[in-house]
Design a protein around this ligand. Sequence first.
Ligand SMILES: Cc1ncc(COP(=O)(O)O)c(C=O)c1O
Length: 459
Amino acid sequence: MTVQSPAPDLAGAPDAGFAPDARSAPNDLAPYWMPFSANRAFKADPRLFVAADGMYYTTADGRQVLDAMAGLWCVNAGHNQPRIVRAIQDQAARMDYVSSFQMSHPAAFVLAERIANLAPAGLDRVFFTNSGSEAVDTALKIARAYHKVRGDANRVKLIGRAKAYHGMGFGGLSVAGIPRHRRDFGPLLGDVDHLPHTHDLAHNAFSRGQPAWGAHLADELENIVQIHDASTIAAVIVEPVTGSGGVLPPPVGYLERLREICTRHGILLIFDEVITGFGRLGAPFASNALGVTPDMITCAKGMTNGAVPMGGVIASTAVYDAFMTGPEAAVELMHGYTYSGHPLACAAGLATIETYEQEGLFDRGPEICAAWEEAVHQLKGAPQVRDIRNIGLLAAIELESRDGAPGARAGETVNRCFDDGVLVRVAGDNLVLSPPLIITPDQMGQVVDTIRTALGEVA
Ligand SMILES: Cc1ncc(COP(=O)(O)O)c(C=O)c1O
């Protein structure tokens, strides 16, 4: 469906009052309370970016930096893709906003259909949010409400996993498993339990792709079910590949076992694909790539190539249909956000999927992922490297922890890499890599060489 109306002529329109270019620098850094940042250290030595194109950022001092993080696991097609830029500009000029409560606009429906077509068969109802955190909280609420609407109101418990990251809402934080993230925020949701993580270097060090050892760790779900009783459990949520917890690919057979146990006990299975969605594993979703279909997928990030905030829950028809039972005039799910299905986000989302398909980014999977695996495993034997893990276009290089200062060595290494022109992420003692899917073999080489040099310089 294409719905067009003439865009206004913007010639002569006043500008926004601030046109950042390579020379612009704010005078006062104090007012902005930066998220997930060491505010004082940053403001003493700011790292500002002013432009981006393809694989590269331009810094305020005019340097080109290769983006080996795809922004923050989101710019999967590379920066400033012309089709996406154009779609956002056109939509902004045509209709800025419309509510999604009891009204909508055509692109929201077209985008939902396109996403449903990419997701595994049976997952074809899309609820829009503005972020991954909102997507996770939405999925957890849908899970509880699903059981309630079916007359199973006792099923309220939510099962997460150690080392998981599910965003920063109270729901996501409650099922997440990174202790430092949870520590400062008082009591989280009750009625939550956690599976063990799957990280075990004694068995899995230097695995390529999915490790062979560890499927049995999914059986811990059976123990949790025995403790709580299946009739009290609403859902299990896992990242198919643990991301922020250090890039942990699932052991062979692990997700299959979780699926089987959930199905047997009537528990909904949610895959948090905020990182793995939209091509990161060389297929539209990890669920497609790994051949395991959950009841809901949460997604965000690559959904709009990072260009406009957007997230979503892709639910099975069975989950959706369970809600479509009461009076037709009644609201079926008392949940939503002012900006759910925002016109700019939908325009960006449609252009993003178009870009992934036109550029063949879902089809390049096997070839590019194999090249990536070869490249990152060349770092085996580099100083301080105790493990290398990879799957799709994700990788972690785990370093020996410095005595008394966990994470310090990895932090210093990524700073060196930045100075040498490559942006790498740090997660604990891990160097984490998730480059745009357009990365070339030469650029993979640059990433690996830069890390090797940095590791040689950091004690
Ligand atoms: C697996 C996962 N879930 C949820 C989120 C939260 O997404 P957002 O930061 O868009 O709220 C993230 C963010 O990195 C994530 O990695």
